[in-house]
Design a protein around this ligand. Structure first.
Ligand code: F6P
Length: 406
């Protein structure tokens, strides 16, 4: 049946292979068409949506083809390329054009773009880093930066932007949307897992996997040499990586900024362990853990963050533990190894689901939103809500870790 359905929006022609659809499906389709006819079209300022099925009857267009920019900002993170691929593939299927913005917000300030076609996004799923490059540029800290972003966006003919980033990159997106109705949607990225309004950010699972593997390896040396091994992991002001990889790796003490166990108490746990015949210990410390006498030092980025790796909390902790307990102690700082390489399967899938959701939000013209994970479902939340505060490690998570101290 190469027929048609009459709707209040007009006549909708059905493709010849529609005859293969069972009647129930066809009725369902009619209901979808009716719903679509009622939905306002954001691009046309509230006019009724066109009734346009694609050739496979899988998608309908809520808007004519648009040009979608994609940028990745902040620290690189496993899964960024998987998001870019998903955004692009979903957008291509709907006839939209996709443009890569080079090096985060810097690319919009300076007008650095590259077209992304099927060839450019092929083979990206397992690739670490970001093919678009990244930076910690904050347009609000660059003279004329915000005006430049808006002007470059306009002259490049872009209609929408997908910003993939953490609290800083998405903080800029939030402000641009609030202050200028900038058509942007967000995707939550960071190994730190510190963005509120989503259960998990992509990249975190890979960082935890790498850190856990490192802890496992350090266990064998700790045990063979009767040593205390201190492992410093990233995480900025939150201890998610430390807590989750510490639990997974069977750490004997875990020190994080949100739950400040004192150095004295940490040493007590280690002594207690040795007293019951365990001559080695694993201590996992988050880079943001507060240790008396340790000052923040080093470069501050455009978002006001100090480079925490330069505090040297792991090294200082190791030397304090050795001098207070008398047990031989060594330190390993994992650093950027945690952010490098191929994403875990879980991160690939999460990044892919986020990318599809971001493309859907653009397609529906629902700007100022961010893809998020709630339970096992991908939902969308407001960017403002997601960037309002950091998601810290709650008490019950830390109690799981603490149950195995000493
Ligand atoms: O936010 C991700 C993160 O890896 C933090 O855990 C860490 O403090 C920071 O970035 C390091 O930044 P950079 O790569 O600029 O040294």
């Amino acid at each position: 049946m190469a027929g048609s359905i009459e709707t209040t929006a007009g006549t909708c022609n059905l493709e010849p292979h529609t005859t293969l659809l069972p009647v129930a499906k066809l009725l369902l389709l009619r209901a979808e068409v009716a719903e679509l006819a009622d939905a306002p079209d954001s691009k046309s300022g509230g006019a009724r949506a066109p009734c346009g099925f694609d050739s496979h009857l899988r998608h309908y267009s809520r808007m004519p083809p648009v040009k979608v920019g994609v940028l990745t900002g902040g620290g690189d993170c496993p899964g960024l390329n998987a998001v870019i691929r998903a955004v692009a593939r979903q957008s291509f299927r709907r006839g939209h054009e996709v443009v890569g913005v080079r090096e985060g917000w810097r690319g919009l300030v300076e007008g650095r773009f590259e077209p992304l076609g099927p060839r450019e996004v092929s083979g990206l799923l397992p690739r670490g880093g970001t093919i678009l490059g990244t930076s910690r540029t904050n347009p609000y800290k660059v003279d004329g930066g915000v005006e430049a972003v808006r002007e470059r966006f306009r002259t490049a003919g872009l209609d929408a932007l997908v910003a993939i980033g953490g609290e800083d990159t998405l903080g800029v997106a939030t402000r641009l949307h609030a202050e200028h109705e900038f058509p942007v949607v967000g995707v939550p990225k960071t190994i730190d897992n510190d963005l509120s309004a989503t259960d998990y950010t992509f990249g975190f699972d890979t960082a935890v996997f790498i850190s856990t593997e490192a802890i496992d390896r350090l266990h064998t040396t700790a045990e063979s040499h009767n040593r205390v091994m201190v492992v410093e992991v990233m995480g900025r002001q939150t201890g998610w990586i430390a807590v989750v990889s510490g639990i997974a790796g069977g750490a004997d003490v875990i020190l994080i900024p949100e739950h400040p166990v004192s150095l004295d108490d940490a040493c007590k746990e280690i002594r207690h362990r040795h007293a019951r015949g365990k001559d080695f210990s694993i201590v996992v410390v988050s880079e943001g853990y507060e240790l008396d006498g340790l000052d923040d030092q080093g470069d501050v980025d455009e978002f006001g963050h100090t480079r925490l790796s330069e505090r040297g909390v792991g090294a200082r902790l190791a030397s304090e533990i050795e001098s207070r307990t008398g047990f031989e102690t060594r330190v390993t700082v994992l650093g950027h190894v945690q952010r490098g390489g191929s994403p875990t399967p879980r991160d690939r899938v999460l990044a892919t689901r986020y990318g599809l959701k971001a493309a859907d939000l653009v397609h529906e013209g629902r700007y100022g939103r961010m893809a998020a994970l709630h339970g096992d479902s991908i939902v969308d939340v407001s960017l403002a809500e997601a960037t309002a505060r950091l998601k810290t490690v709650p008490d019950d998570w830390y109690e799981v870790a603490r149950a195995f101290f000493g």
